[in-house]
Write a protein that binds this ligand. Sequence first.
Ligand code: FAD
Length: 406
Amino acid sequence: MTEYDVIVVGAGPIGSTAARYAAMHGARTLMLEDHAFIGSPVGCTGLLSTRAVGECDVEPSEDFVLNSVRGAFVHPMNGECLPIDGRKTKAYVVSRKLFDRRLAAMALEEDVDLWLNARVNGIERADGKQRVSVIRKGMPETLEAKVVIGADGVRSKVAKMAGLGKVSKVLSGIQAEVPYRSDNADFVELFVGSQAPGFFAWAVPVNENISRIGIAIDPVSVPKSQKDVTAYHVLENLLTKNSHIASRYGGGKLDLVMGGIPLGPLEKTYSEGILIAGDAAGQVKPTSGGGIYTGAVCAKIAGEVAARAVANGDNSANFLSEYDRRWRAKIGKELAMGMRIHRFVSGLGDNELNELIGSMNNLTILDTITRYGDMDHPSILIKKMLHPSRSMHMLKVFRAFAKAVI
Ligand SMILES: Cc1cc2nc3c(=O)[nH]c(=O)nc-3n(C[C@H](O)[C@H](O)[C@H](O)COP(=O)(O)OP(=O)(O)OC[C@H]3O[C@@H](n4cnc5c(N)ncnc54)[C@H](O)[C@@H]3O)c2cc1C
């Protein structure tokens, strides 16, 4: 039977990063990918903070970066736009296909083996090892590993097979790349309120004439009367009925992307011989749905801990729990606060959101957002907003917000 030290299930960005780190720390590592291609089909807008790209150990390059953005125009239902200018590049718009391929190639450079067209459909513990059943190019095969890392995305089979349950909430996301005349291609646009129940819609510019326009909704926030409306119709409505978007939309679609966005991490991300990372573990920012930065932070720890477990000859749950402790110490508080922000904001009606966003449209607050706004760490800005040295106005605006999230 073929045996590896570490088997990583899923060759998305998080699987490739975890596999690379396992190999860098001395483990003989195999990555198994269900699809025949890396980075395809794409289920992402490809908006990556500058920190997210750095966390993946890559330099931004024309090989995968299509555009850079420095801020956002936030559109509440009353149409009174809040302009947030970060004044320097805050994020890149990337080709996820090329980005994922870069990360997979980096794993291969560290001698990770990669099998495409290899779907994992069973994992059992036998003689202190993990026995992994795979359908490879249509044929069943069994492999052994000391540690398996499940980086198999939002509907993780590995987490389920390990008895680690499911993430608490999955948003439905749909997006199309479309002809769209941006007012300013250095800014993304966000649309909040009942036009995107429970989350938000976005227009992310690839250039002045093409944007990725999408929407994520929380199925529990959709009014009963609209429950049978498909995601496709929700997107179609956004493109044609939102007056701001419709007046800039050129018609047609260049591609269509759909996917689930997990919010709220698993309570436990390890068991005997198994670690779970990335979307599979719900390691996603609940304020934006972005999972590359948080997933990469965790993937690196997962790869390293898996390799150390192999080197120490101890793949017990007790040894592997170090992974859970370390990733929560790094990003656990931020994810928890993000979840509270998400719950608070998604509970606001259109009028309350109009008011909250309207009251932020003030030079002092906008300056604070410019200085302290951080896509990956929203808690920094919230703490600054609540500092006693801030004006009464700011404290008033954020009092209710703070009560709910801190
Ligand atoms: C509409 C939408 C927009 C998004 N926009 C952004 C964004 O702008 N910025 C951002 O940071 N994040 C964004 N995200 C989230 C981001 O796409 C994910 O967080 C990220 O892809 C997670 O990476 P991953 O490697 O954990 O999982 P995935 O990228 O889902 O990779 C999992 C891999 O595992 C493979 N796999 C699954 N099951 C098996 C199996 N049984 N055997 C073998 N292989 C298997 C899959 O084929 C897949 O290749 C978005 C998500 C959606 C849905």
